[in-house]
Design a protein around this ligand. Structure first.
Ligand code: AMP
Length: 423
């Protein structure tokens, strides 16, 4: 299918062309016709599939005509980074239209946002907490609202926003068009979807079981927890030499790791919830521009990172929630490219490894980096294992012993996107 076949307004088609997109991605192909026809939609799509354009393009198409300066489309996102990214997509795809989009999120002053809403906007991208604050101050008028989007609904659930989301939905007109996107479909999201969507088109570009984006090579490195920093530094010098995004579980962990890497001569950007908005913006800009090759982030902040060309994602700590693993590694290999996802795994991480492998449906390849030998009971061959011994016998000291991935029951990981559309 080509973009021309989607029958989007010429101004939108032109913007898409200027972005260099040649064909719609499967989620776009599956979602755009239904949304243009005014249908509600459930989009089950992971990050990196082009889901943002799947809803922003038809919304811009719908809003291009009609009275301006009245709030007609609202997009709710779990994090400010994602909100900013969606707003940027609206700006890019809507650059030949005369529509005003605003973004409101926490962490910055309320007054400028209040003033912005008073001036009138056509589209609003918002995080739930800040939107409720602004609604409480009487600055949001939903009377003209036509389209509501819940983006990354599963993430809003994880972050405890689902009650806020329900309050916001209840304040919008019932005749609206509603689009719900989620990488995974936990029961509570299904329930929400049943309650707020009317006869939705269902588009799925990931299996129901969460799956990492195609093109991501996944590897686990067993390592003692006290050696993780050394191993990371070694990997940054030997293998992970492109733009590398490193995830830690906590904000303090991110700060400590960044200091350690800086002490080893790396320039490092840091992104987490305790940083001010301007620090976050600065960190992202310098990473995106390649001025800092390494960025350390926590999950919440890392969620909205849309940076092309991330070659490596490193899980310094594994996430507590298996789904976050899929979201994290989706930061590389975006839009059909390839990338590496490396996880540093100490014995304490084993329960997390099991959770992740169950979720993705296969085991992840283990590699042992010589000199960072796994201790007893580690996930991977010990230094005296036959695999490593054979590698040594074959060619003297080798930095890496490769252990073939074992696939359990479900077959090989999926390659390419599958799309299923149920009207
Ligand atoms: P998303 O899943 O919305 O975060 O999008 C992931 C990336 O895919 C973004 O960098 C988009 O610019 C890019 N993208 C979206 N649609 C297309 C397309 N049809 N062709 C190529 N790249 C695309």
């Amino acid at each position: 299918m080509s973009f021309a076949q989607l029958n989007l307004a010429p101004e939108i088609e032109r913007a898409v062309e200027e972005e260099g997109y040649e064909t719609p991605t499967p989620i776009q192909e599956g979602a755009i016709p239904g949304v243009l026809a005014g249908r509600d939609l459930i989009g089950c799509a992971q990050t990196g599939t082009g889901k943002t354009a799947a809803f922003t393009l038809p919304i811009l198409h719908r809003l291009r005509a009609g009275t301006r300066g009245r709030l007609r489309a609202l997009i709710l996102t779990p994090t400010r980074e994602l909100a900013l990214q969606v707003a940027e997509s609206l700006r890019v795809y809507g650059r030949h239209l005369r529509l005003d989009a605003a973004v409101v999120h926490g962490g910055v002053g309320l007054e400028p946002q209040q003033a912005r809403l008073r001036r009138g906007v056509d589209l609003l991208v918002a995080t739930p907490g800040r939107l409720l604050d602004l609604m409480g101050r009487g600055c949001v008028d939903f009377r003209s609202l036509e389209v509501l989007v819940l983006d990354e609904a599963d993430r809003m659930l994880d972050m405890g926003f689902i009650k806020d989301v329900r309050r916001i939905v209840a304040a919008t007109p019932s005749r609206r068009q509603t689009l719900l996107f989620s990488a995974t479909m936990p029961d509570e999201i299904r329930r929400l979807a049943r309650e707020i969507l009317r006869d939705p088109v269902n588009v799925e570009v990931a299996p129901r079981r969460s799956a990492p984006a195609a093109g991501v090579r996944q590897t686990l490195f067993p390592v003692a927890s006290g050696r993780k920093r050394d191993l990371l530094a070694h990997l940054l010098e030997t293998e992970a030499r492109g733009l590398t995004l490193v995830f830690t579980r906590t904000k303090h962990g991110a700060n400590r790791l960044a200091r350690d890497l800086e002490g080893r001569g790396h320039s490092v950007a840091v992104l987490h919830g305790n940083r001010s908005q301007s620090q976050r913006t600065h960190a992202l800009a310098s990473f995106r521009g390649g001025r800092t090759r390494v960025m350390v982030a926590t999950d919440i902040a890392g969620r909205g990172i849309d940076v092309d060309g991330i070659s490596h994602v490193v899980n310094f700590d594994l996430p507590n929630v298996p789904e976050d693993y899929v979201h994290r590694i989706g930061r590389t290999a975006r839009a059909g490219a390839t990338g590496d996802a490396i996880s540093l795994v100490s014995p304490e991480d084993h329960p997390h490894v099991r959770g992740i492998e169950t979720l993705i449906g296969h085991t992840i390849e283990r590699r042992v980096m010589q000199g960072f030998a796994a201790g007893p009971g580690m996930a991977g061959p010990s230094a005296s294992s036959p695999t490593v011994a054979r590698a040594r016998a074959a060619g003297g000291p080798r930095p890496v012993a490769r252990v073939a991935a074992r696939f359990r029951g479900h077959g090989a990981p999926r390659r390419g996107w599958a799309v299923r559309r149920r009207a």
